[in-house]
Design a protein around this ligand. Structure first.
Ligand SMILES: Cc1ncc(C[n+]2csc(CCOP(=O)(O)OP(=O)(O)O)c2C)c(N)n1
Ligand SMILES: [Mg+2]
Length: 564
């Protein structure tokens, strides 16, 4: 592998390990603390893309999106204190979202530890609760060992972020070290007796339902679990922002258990006598605040298959916990003999019909109909289109009215972290330059990491960025009107002219205020041959897909009156 003399700098050793572990893309905001790495990256620029970003939050989100898309760790480099602080949002997202990720952080020189040297921070303490593992490499000779461990840990069991701190002088140090071998992903397999028990429970069930979520999925694993669902005519839901784990037009698909799910789907899960929870942690969003299933013992029989043993039993005591990665689990489930599903097959058909009904466009106040716009997009774009968003009520329209057909087409933070939609779309356009990439942000969300549209321009990428502008932090306003009606506090926004902003960055940009103007604006954006931004002006009355702001207020006031 190493064609140089035996001596390599820490920076060269590190980059050589990235190559060995098949890293093809590195996201960064530079810092003087890791110049030796940047220099080593110069030598491999033909085989490893270095994407320079505008803020470490953007770089870390891109690394998360890369990890979600590829199943390999997204790699980002940031500098000590300030860079590490900015990157936290992406690390927290990767942790909650179980995304494989590697964050390398430049660190002060070893001779200066604990002096509160320039930008010094103890990264082990700082990232302690945000990452699967945080370590500092003190000796350049041990770089191959640490990096191999980091790749293995980030991808194995329940995937997540790993942070490695790199003292500046260690990176410049020359050392002789043997390279590692490419890392292996370690995932558990389900046992034969567990599969037998699951089969038996399915035979005895009257109203089973399956819930899919989490990571370690692949296109093959999704195809396998769809066959298992089909063979047993299992009504299958996905969890919050994991809607691409099942073809949404498959007759077994029952919808997603996101925040405020279809009430009919929620009822279906609550009334099931057997729940197969596959790959999901059964977190707060998936369970509607731990309501669909009672803690710790649900009234439904529960099979819980999960890739990390430490999550099995954390909240729920399943009747049958199974520690398995999704690839081996789905393949084994597919191989099971189908059971007699005639008793529940009609209910599965009804569940899919209810899902389709729920996805039919519903009107919202104002001249711009967001549901119709999403439906128009889904009608004209191919199934491999990648859809990205951050957090905010605008995302409710995307989740409800888009149809995810293929695995790997949804990039959105299950952690509910704002500002994800723009950097995620940049990463998606890098990984898949030939696929359409749509990025949805609210006006609040967009200005958290909107600066990364500059990165899209810098690398000639062509996502289409939608900014859904309702002049407020709508989600919080909704909660505010529910709890404290008529007392608007801290939730209004005065916005820039987003289209002018987009033009200043070099994007094709437009503002759309009426539904009938959308199609032509979108056609122009697609034809522009460069990144595009479309501001969609949404009436602030359109607070969610289900209720208007005034109606919500009215109900809250009536509730207050009835309490008084
Ligand atoms: C990083 C971060 N900060 C704050 C929040 C709390 N929060 C959740 S949604 C939201 C408002 C989002 O506003 P916008 O993007 O305009 O979308 P809207 O709800 O108006 O559609 C806020 C502030 C969060 N989830 N993440
Ligand atoms: Mg808003």
């Amino acid at each position: 592998m190493n064609t140089r003399s035996n001596m390599r700098t820490g920076g060269q050793l590190l980059v050589d390990q990235l190559k060995i572990h098949r890293t093809d893309t590195v996201f960064c905001v530079p810092g003087e603390s890791f110049l030796a790495v940047l220099d080593a990256l110069y030598d491999v620029r033909a085989e490893m893309r270095l994407i320079v970003c505008r803020q470490e939050g953007g770089a870390a989100y891109m690394a998360d999106a890369y990890g979600k898309l590829t199943g390999s760790p997204g790699v980002c480099f940031v500098t000590r204190g300030p860079g590490a602080s900015n990157a936290c949002v992406g690390v927290h997202t990767a942790y909650q979202d179980s995304t494989p990720m590697l964050v390398f952080v430049g660190q002060v020189a070893r001779s200066d530890y604990e002096r509160q040297a320039f930008q010094e921070v103890d990264l082990r303490r700082m990232y302690g609760q945000l990452a699967k593992w945080v370590a500092q490499i003190e000796d350049a000779r041990r770089i191959p060992e640490f990096v191999a461990h980091a790749f293995a840990l980030a991808t194995s069991g329940r995937p997540g972020p790993v942070v490695l701190a790199l003292p500046e002088d260690m990176l410049r140090e020359e050392a002789v070290a043997a390279d590692a071998e490419p890392y292996n992903i370690v995932q558990a397999h389900p046992g034969a007796s567990e599969l037998g028990q699951m089969h038996e429970m399915l035979v005895k069930a009257k109203r089973p339902a399956m819930i899919l979520g989490g990571t370690t999925w692949t296109s093959q694993a999704v195809a396998d679990i769809m066959t298992f669902a089909q063979d047993n005519r299992l009504a299958t839901a996905t969890t919050f922002r994991r809607q691409d784990r099942f073809d949404n037009l498959h007759p077994c698909y029952a919808g997603d258990l996101g925040i405020s799910p279809n009430p009919k789907l929620a009822a279906q899960i609550r009334e099931a006598d057997l729940v197969l929870a596959i790959g999901t942690r059964l977190g707060e969003a998936a369970t509607d605040g731990y309501q669909h299933l009672a803690v710790p013992r649900p009234k439904q029989k529960l099979v819980h298959a999960y890739m990390g043993a430490e999550e099995l039993g954390r909240v729920y005591q399943a009747d049958l916990p199974i520690n398995s990665g999704m690839g081996p689990f789905a393949a084994a489930a597919r191989a099971l003999r189908p059971v007699d599903s005639s008793g529940w097959a009609p209910a599965t058909e009804t569940a899919h019909r209810e899902y389709l009904d729920y996805g039919k466009p519903v009107p919202n106040p104002g001249s711009l109909q967001l549901a119709e716009i999403i439906a128009a997009l889904r009608a004209q774009l191919p199934p491999e289109t990648i859809v990205c968003n951050g957090a905010g009520n605008y995302s409710g329209w995307v989740h409800r009215f888009w149809r995810f057909r293929n695995y790997g087409t949804q990039l959105a933070p299950t952690s509910g972290s704002m500002g994800y939609g723009v950097p995620a779309a940049v990463a998606a356009a890098i990984v898949y330059p030939d696929r359409p990439v749509l990025s949805f942000s609210g006006d609040g969300c967009f200005l958290m990491n909107g600066q990364e549209i500059a990165t899209a321009v810098q690398y000639g990428l062509r996502p289409i960025f939608f900014v859904i502008n309702n002049g407020m932090y709508g989600t919080i306003r909704m909660h505010q009107e529910r709890e404290y009606p008529m007392r608007v506090s801290g939730t209004m926004l005065t916005n820039p002219d987003f289209a002018a902003l987009g033009r200043a960055y070099g994007l094709h940009s437009e503002t759309v205020e009426r539904t009938e103007d959308f199609e032509s604006a979108f056609a122009r954006a697609r034809a522009a041959g460069r990144a595009a931004l479309i501001e969609l002006r949404l009436d602030p009355e359109a607070i969610s897909t289900r209720i208007s702001l005034s109606k919500l207020r009215e109900l809250s006031l009536a509730k207050q009156d009835s309490k008084a």
